[in-house]
Design a protein around this ligand. Structure first.
Ligand SMILES: NC(=O)C1=CN([C@@H]2O[C@H](COP(=O)(O)OP(=O)(O)OC[C@H]3O[C@@H](n4cnc5c(N)ncnc54)[C@H](O)[C@@H]3O)[C@@H](O)[C@H]2O)C=CC1
Ligand SMILES: CC(=O)[C@H](N)C(=O)O
Length: 371
């Protein structure tokens, strides 16, 4: 009897979910992207706009967009800590789906735990309530940082020990569990991927432990040398942004019945700083040098997987990354080279100079050059 009642409740939830989060066949979904001016957000907005039309994708952040970003389509100020303003945007624009990219990343979260907790936990809670109250589909990425020091490091499975010891990791495990809870309890169509480190040339990284894998290209092109904040042998899972965004679109659009779980590992390639430096030597300059000055980010990286198993993502909704380390290196060098074309290679770099590239303040300077 109890079983029967439970089954009926879930059937009603499933029906309600399908009716509410699928949009009318006459029009594409209208999507709100939070944190759209971050490293991944602007590329995600472009992909969504190509697919659903510019007017159907509402970009948002608490930062000021560039003129190009503002002219590319609708942009609104949205602080994810303010539920009422999220609700107003949802009503005003008739939002169907939310892609929630606002977050404080691993290294930034350790520097400012209060901010990390607030944005990652309270901000997500607001978006989750929004999805529940307005019947929205919600995609919010998780991270390999949700794993911790006691997690198996190689071919880390989807379901395993998760005892992270960073604010970022703890808040992402909270996000995963709350998303699953709202799916079960309220029929929210919550979807998530545990990204590896994401590499892109178009937008600067936002304060993570994997940022070195972007900074190193700026160092190579500007100084022909780089001082890395991780040790030579630190292997981490990574993906080039095109694979990441294509996969995110695939999960976002996958029919709900194809999802056997709500949170999926995704893995594209993996390398150590020494291996990446070798690839840069091979493709860019044989005299490229790398030095190692591990800092607090090494402690974080040591708790993360070396590789992740992503079989469920591949079989459920077609995760299929195509860009490996050599191809990613080629693309990064090609995209960033024009930025440094007039910079003579400097083989006599003082120790302090390349170290500056490691700070998050160096990346925005590169982005300004890029615009
Ligand atoms: N970039 C990467 O390598 C990885 C990213 N992810 C996840 O992907 C998502 C996007 O990451 P990124 O673009 O790299 O992050 P990011 O740090 O570059 O961008 C985050 C954005 O959130 C915005 N934001 C901060 N506080 C906000 C608030 N109160 N209200 C609204 N917006 C706010 C920031 O202004 C920023 O534009 C995050 O959930 C992150 O955890 C997961 C694994 C790897
Ligand atoms: C892997 C991530 O989540 C991010 N790039 C970070 O290093 O914090």
């Amino acid at each position: 009897m109890l079983l029967h009642k439970t089954t009926r409740t879930f059937s009603r939830l499933n029906l309600a979910r399908q009716l509410s989060t699928s949009t009318s066949s006459h029009r594409p979904p209208r999507v709100l992207v939070t944190g759209s001016l971050g490293q991944l957000g602007s590329t995600m907005v472009s992909a969504l706009r190509s697919r659903f039309g510019s007017e159907n994708v509402i970009a948002s952040d608490i930062k000021k967009p560039t003129v190009d970003q503002r002219n590319a389509g609708p942009f609104v100020f949205a602080d994810v800590l303010n539920y009422r303003s999220l609700e107003q945007i949802t009503v005003d624009y008739g939002i169907d789906w939310v892609v929630h990219f606002s977050a404080v990343l691993s290294a930034a979260g350790e520097r400012n735990p209060t901010l990390g907790l607030s944005v990652n936990v309270n901000g997500f809670q607001n978006v989750l309530e929004l999805a529940k109250n307005h019947r929205l589909r919600l995609l919010s990425p998780s991270t390999m940082g949700a794993f911790g020091p006691t997690t198996p490091k190689d071919a880390t499975p989807d379901l395993t020990i998760m005892r992270p010891n960073t604010i970022y990791g703890i808040s992402k495990v909270h996000m995963e569990l709350m998303g699953e809870y709202y799916t079960e309890k309220y029929g929210v169509d919550f979807r998530s991927l545990r990204y590896p480190g994401i590499i892109s040339a178009d937008t600067p990284p936002g304060g993570g432990t994997t940022d070195y894998a972007i900074d190193i290209f700026h160092g190579a092109l500007k100084h022909n040398s780089y001082t890395c904040f991780l040790k030579a042998e630190t292997r981490l899972p990574m993906a080039y942004i095109d694979d990441c965004i294509r996969g995110t679109m695939q999960l976002l659009e996958a029919p709900e019945h194809s999802l056997s779980q709500r949170v999926y590992n995704v893995h594209a390639c993996d390398f150590t700083p020494a291996e990446l430096a070798e690839e840069i030597r091979h493709q860019h300059s044989e005299s490229f040098t790398i030095n190692y000055q591990p800092d607090s980010r090494q402690v974080i990286a040591d708790t993360w997987p070396r590789t992740m198993a992503d079989d469920a993502a591949r079989s459920d909704w077609g995760w299929n990354p195509v860009i490996g380390t050599p191809e990613m290196t080629r693309i990064m060098l090609e995209k960033l080279r024009p930025m440094y074309q007039n910079t003579a290679l400097d083989h006599d770099v003082s120790a302090a100079e390349p170290a500056a590239i490691n700070t998050e303040s160096a990346a925005p300077a590169a982005a300004v050059l890029a615009h």
